[in-house]
Unconditional design. Structure first.
Length: 514
């Protein structure tokens, strides 16, 4: 089941729609859907009921040329009914910009939030079910998410109000999650139980290895971060954190003077995620004075801090290197950074493309060509690499230069013929040997001395051969490099890989008729 935003686009020139989420293609005047997530159900034995949750996947999860089979941290969002749309939008925008790692957002909807989010029974009504709800997350929901999606063992819990209370209580129990974002949590619950518990937990000098972002909203009816019992609870909790002896605890506390309880989730989610993943986006303003080894050490430290093997933002590093190359003219520094990025993403064709461009700029044609060829191995449909290989392949020794036509065909006359010039509509015989970029021979007429006979321009051979033979003289020897767009023919050569660049060694033997 999909979650959809439906809209109608008016047939007015100059109308613009700015959509944060990917949309299906649409025509003016027709209704289309913007899909922001999927709806799932799970039957919980722990809770004794069916629970519903929404999932928003990162933009790169499917069909991304750079991030192939990437794994992602998981963010569990409480009060999913209320916060899924806004939170998934913020997280998608930050992930696309590579401020933070892209994440799989799992938003859990409510059945009885007071029961599920509170650690003890207090007051009237159902309460005190937090331990059960945490068990549901730990033993049922998270394993299901890891089964269904490519996940990293790094988990973030986000809760607001009573959900924030649950986040704080889960932190104090030090279970399941690596990072916690408690947005205006109900710290006054059960006579400030979270504050009392924190005082005991953080008094011991033990390894904690967790990150907490604590956000406090202003109360418009009793303003100030110290005001009332609520303000006192926050300041006591903040003081306990500041004096904590626990090792490995990272925390930050922010008071939002201009936000109330209901408006604070938007800004605090952004600031909280920025704090949790501080360092994921390399400080680009320092890059001109850094080298690749500095970048490598930076991300090694970042991964150690998180406690998970998380890859650096490859697209960010690629873009930064190209900026150094094209704008700053720091070619060697760009090459260093691109070579590092290749070690992080060896199965992606894009770093090889970029490194090919850098070596080409430096004038090292052989290294440029080898990187473009590797890019083509990884992604045969890569048109940038295709054209670069056509351009950079060394010409053979000949008085005739290589020529690239408007269609992208490259040919070079190796030995000029002395017979008649062939024209469209004539039947010819040619010797040909067809190879791949690595030298693998696909087809050759020469071993059996059986020249290929075909009507020039009659669509009997691939378009690249038709174009490459046109204008040859009898006895002439040419070498062709043919792009995939000029080699579309299902039965010739029979074992040609799809989307491969083909190399032809051709000799015009005779014109059968004039």
């Amino acid at each position: 089941m999909r979650i959809l935003l439906c809209f109608k686009t008016p047939n007015i020139i100059g109308s613009f729609l700015f959509l944060l989420f990917s949309a299906t293609a649409f025509a003016q005047g027709q209704q289309s859907n913007v899909v922001i997530g999927t709806v799932h159900k799970i039957q919980s034995r722990v809770l004794g009921e069916e629970r519903r949750y929404y999932v928003n996947l990162p933009a790169s999860y499917d069909n991304d040329d750079f991030y192939l089979q990437k794994k992602y941290p998981v963010l569990i969002l409480l009060d999913g009914d209320s916060h899924f749309h806004s939170a998934s939008g913020i997280i998608r925008a930050m992930g696309d910009n590579e401020q933070i790692p892209e994440m799989i957002v799992v938003a859990v909807t409510n059945t009885n939030r007071t029961r599920d989010f509170t650690p003890t029974k207090s007051g009237t009504g159902l309460s005190g079910g937090a331990d059960n709800f945490l068990r549901f997350l730990e033993t049922e929901l998270l394993p299901q998410v890891s089964k269904d999606y490519r996940t990293l063992p790094y988990r973030v819990l986000v809760g607001h109000s009573l959900g924030g209370l649950f986040a704080v209580d889960t932190l104090l129990n030090q279970k399941v999650f690596n990072a916690f974002l408690a947005i205006d949590p109900t710290l006054t619950w059960d006579d400030q139980l979270p504050v009392k518990k924190a005082k005991t937990v953080f008094a011991d000098k033990k390894s904690f290895n967790a990150t907490l972002y604590l956000a406090q909203a202003n109360n418009p009816f009793n303003e100030g971060k110290n005001a009332g019992a609520r303000g006192a609870a926050f300041q006591s909790f903040h003081s306990i954190l500041a004096n904590s002896k626990a090792e490995g605890l990272r925390y930050k506390y922010d008071f939002y003077e201009r936000e109330d309880h209901f408006s604070v989730p938007l800004l605090s989610l952004y600031h909280g995620l920025t704090f949790i993943f501080d360092g994921y986006k390399f400080p680009l303003h320092t890059l001109a004075n850094k080298n690749a080894e500095d970048v490598k050490k930076h991300y090694e430290m970042f991964a150690r801090r998180l406690g998970v093997d998380i890859l650096p933002p490859g697209k960010l590093l690629d873009g930064a290197a190209l900026f150094l190359l094209n704008s700053e003219k720091k070619v060697d520094k760009a090459i260093e950074l691109l070579r590092l990025n290749q070690t992080y993403y060896p199965q992606s064709s894009i770093p090889y493309n970029s490194l090919g461009a850098a070596y080409k700029t430096k004038g090292e044609t052989a290294l440029a060509l080898s990187n473009y060829q590797k890019s083509l191995e990884l992604n045969p449909k890569n048109e940038i690499a295709q054209r670069a290989v056509i351009e950079l392949t060394p010409a053979v020794a000949s008085p005739h230069p290589a020529v690239i036509t408007k269609t992208g065909l490259r040919y070079q006359v190796v030995t000029e013929g002395n017979g008649a010039i062939v024209m469209t509509g004539q039947t010819v015989r040619i010797h040909e040997t067809t190879t791949l970029v690595d030298g693998t021979v696909l087809y050759s007429t020469r071993p059996n001395n059986r020249p290929l006979k075909f009507l020039l321009g009659g669509n009997q051979v691939i378009a690249g051969v038709d174009e490459g033979v046109l204008g040859m003289k009898v006895g002439e020897h040419r070498k062709l490099i043919v792009l995939p767009a000029l080699s579309k023919r299902s039965n010739y050569p029979a074992n040609t890989p799809p989307d491969a660049i083909l190399y032809y060694d051709i000799e015009l033997v005779e014109i059968v008729n004039n």
